[in-house]
Design a protein around this ligand. Structure first.
Ligand SMILES: [Zn+2]
Length: 306
């Protein structure tokens, strides 16, 4: 294997992670499922203005919702939980975090993996829920080299088509321009290495793609195993624990199509609760692993920290 700047950097990342960082910070939550081991690994945090959420809430209800659900007035600090699934020789990631170019509090995935003894080249598979920066941009390092050089990469065909469509930057509106350019650049960089799948495809043994559109046009969740004990990696289909479970009808931060996202969220929550799936939410608290339980005519998130 050639010595690249990337290898040198990842070696120093291992040293830095081992020397300076408490292990607990990185390997957040663990769960086992037969011979599968699933961990959520932190990419850091996203620090966003509270308006990212509150501007989307219906104006007539806004003040009451902010008070009732304790939505911070100034700043949101969202966890970022990357799912790591290991089985035999397989080392699979669901999304890859933000990489070096999004925000200074995020992009810590490779250090987090180093702290639990996993090098980027050990990763055999990466599947993507969607192509937003905090999920996709970790694909390339600061020198624009692919980080997970040995991994098979997979993304839903509809999601890939949307972000590689030359018409998307004009269609997505001003706020989405940087997201569109960033996704297009990274998808171009990996080219045909990014394989595309359709809903219901078995993307990895025992792992099925579940279409959960709305947050983005081709947003996908992944069902690992079977109901009553299996795990659904839901990405940003449910993206906050403050009000999304109690009021799944309300828009989440960054939902591109609010109505479709709400419809998807309600159907997904019913399925999670009634079929007995655990879920892993990319921005949910305590490592993001938990259960969705019915509460009144809505739902609640019950974390299951390992
Ligand atoms: Zn996200």
């Amino acid at each position: 294997m050639p010595i690249t700047r990337r290898l040198v950097l990842s070696a120093s990342a291992v040293l830095a992670a081992g020397a300076l960082l408490p292990r607990r910070l990185w390997a957040v939550t663990t769960l086992t499922l037969g011979d599968l081991r699933i961990d959520t690994v932190s990419d850091g945090t996203l620090e966003l203005p509270a308006s990212f959420l509150t501007d989307r809430l219906p104006e007539a209800e806004r003040a009451e919702l902010i008070a009732r659900y304790g939505i911070p007035a100034d700043r949101l600090v969202n966890p970022v939980n990357v799912t790591l699934m290991r089985q035999g020789d397989r080392v699979a990631l669901f999304d890859v975090g933000s990489g070096p170019d999004f925000m200074p509090t995020a992009g810590k995935l490779t250090e987090a993996l180093a702290a639990i003894g996993i090098a980027p080249d050990d990763v055999t598979d990466v599947v993507f829920t969607h192509a937003h920066p905090d999920h996709l941009w970790g694909l390339l390092d600061e020198f624009d080299e692919p980080v997970f050089a040995n991994a098979r990469l997979q993304m839903g065909a509809a999601e890939h088509a949307f972000w590689t469509d030359p018409a998307t930057p004009a269609a997505i509106g001003e706020a989405g321009q940087a997201f569109a350019a960033g996704a297009a650049r990274r998808l171009a960089a990996v080219g045909d290495r990014m394989q595309r799948f359709e809903p219901e495809a078995e993307v990895l043994p025992g792992v099925r793609a579940v279409a959960t559109p709305g947050h983005t046009p081709g947003h996908t969740s992944f069902a690992i195993g079977a109901p009553d004990g299996g795990v659904m990696v839901i990405g940003d289909a449910i993206s906050n624990a403050m009000y999304a479970f109690a009021r799944p009808d309300l828009p989440g931060g960054g939902d591109q199509d609010a109505a479709m996202a709400a419809q998807t969220r309600q159907a997904l929550m019913a399925r999670l609760a009634d079929e007995g799936w655990r879920l892993i939410g990319y921005h949910l608290p305590e490592g993001g692993i938990g259960r969705c339980v019915r509460q009144g005519d809505a739902y609640a998130f019950v974390p299951e920290a390992g």
